[in-house]
Design a protein around this ligand. Structure first.
Ligand SMILES: [Zn+2]
Length: 287
C-alpha cells in the first residue's frame, strides 16, 4: 500500500521525533482503539472548528434545539449547508486516513471511532468505522425515518432555490459554510418526499445525544483494545472525551497525536503535539 500516498518532502525535527515515538508506541500494541477528530481531515481541505488553544475558530455550529424549533434558523442552516456541502462531498482522504487503513489491514485496530461526519475513513477503504456523530452524506426524515442521499437533497435544494446557486463561501467540517445573508430565512428547506416530514442531516448536532447503541458499540470495542490512540482531536466534546476516560479507567495506555492542548492531556501516557498527517504516515510500517 506504500505507493498510494507516498511520504514526500522533508519533515521538521520535532515531527521526526514524533514519528519515532509513535512508531515505537505502535510497535508495542496490536489491539488499538482509534478515535479521530477534525484535525485528521484538515489536510483534505475540511477546516476544523477549534484552534490549538481548544477555542472556537469560528461561530459555533447550530444546535439541535434551534434546528428543531426555529424555522428561520433551520432555513439558515440549509442555506449555509447548500453552499458549504459540495466542498465536503468532493474532499478526498489524505495520507493519515490511508495510514490508519493500512494499520487496520494489518489487523492492528479493534475499531476506529470518528467524530468526523465527512465519511473520509470509509472513502479511504477503512472497513470498521463507527461514525460517532453520523454522516453528512445522509439525510433522514424525522417523521417516517426514510433516508435520502444528501446529493439528492442538494439537487432538490438547487431546484427550490434557484437564486442561490452561484454562491460560494468557506466551508466547515459539517458541510456548514461561513456565510450570512439578510434573506436567509427565505431559503426553502427540504421536506420528505414520502410524507412531507422534517428532514435533518443524519448527524448529531450540538445539544443532541449520540445514539445510545452507537456509544455502547464503541465502548465494547474499547474493552477489547490494549491501547487507545487519539488522532486530530482536542477531545473538548464529551462524546469523544469519555473514551479517553474509559481508557484511563481501564489502565490502558493513551496516546494523543494532535496539535495543541486537549482536554485529556492529563490522561495521556504519550502526547505528540504535531501535525497528524506526516507523523502518522511516517510512523506506519507498510507491509
Ligand atoms: Zn418522511
Amino acid at each position: 500500500m506504500a505507493a498510494a500516498f507516498p511520504v514526500t518532502g522533508t519533515v521538521a525535527g520535532s515531527e521526526s521525533k514524533s514519528i519515532e515515538q509513535l512508531r515505537q508506541w505502535l510497535s508495542t500494541h496490536d489491539r488499538i482503539f482509534v478515535l479521530t477528530g477534525a484535525g485528521i481531515s484538515t489536510a483534505s481541505g475540511i477546516p476544523d472548528y477549534r484552534g490549538p488553544d481548544g477555542l472556537w475558530k469560528r461561530s459555533a455550529p447550530i444546535t439541535y434545539q434551534a434546528f428543531m424549533r426555529d424555522l428561520a434558523m433551520r432555513a439558515r442552516y440549509w442555506m449555509r449547508s447548500f453552499i458549504g456541502w459540495p466542498a465536503v462531498a468532493h474532499a478526498q482522504p489524505n495520507r493519515a486516513h490511508e495510514a490508519l487503513m493500512e494499520l487496520e489491514s494489518q489487523g492492528r485496530i479493534t475499531m476506529l471511532v470518528t467524530q468526523n461526519v465527512d465519511g473520509l475513513h470509509a472513502r479511504a477503504g477503512h472497513r470498521d468505522v463507527i461514525d460517532l456523530h453520523g454522516r453528512i452524506d445522509q439525510v433522514v426524515c424525522l417523521d417516517c425515518e426514510s433516508r435520502v442521499d444528501r446529493l439528492d437533497v442538494q439537487r432538490r435544494l438547487r431546484d427550490a432555490n434557484p437564486d442561490w446557486t452561484n454562491l460560494t463561501a468557506t466551508s466547515a467540517p459539517d458541510g456548514d459554510a461561513d456565510f450570512e445573508h439578510a434573506s436567509a430565512a427565505d431559503f426553502r428547506s427540504p421536506q420528505c418526499i414520502d410524507c412531507g416530514g422534517l428532514l435533518k442531516p443524519d448527524v448529531v448536532f450540538f445539544g443532541e445525544n449520540v445514539p445510545r447503541a452507537r456509544v455502547a458499540d464503541a465502548q465494547a470495542a474499547l474493552r477489547k483494545a490494549d491501547a487507545m490512540l487519539v488522532v486530530g482531536s482536542s477531545l473538548m466534546v464529551y462524546s469523544g472525551y469519555r473514551f479517553a476516560r474509559g481508557a484511563r479507567d481501564a489502565g490502558m495506555p493513551l496516546a494523543i497525536l494532535t496539535r495543541g492542548i486537549t482536554r485529556a492531556d492529563d490522561l495521556a501516557t504519550l502526547k505528540l503535539d504535531s501535525d497528524c498527517v506526516p507523523v502518522l504516515a511516517g510512523a506506519i510500517v507498510y507491509s
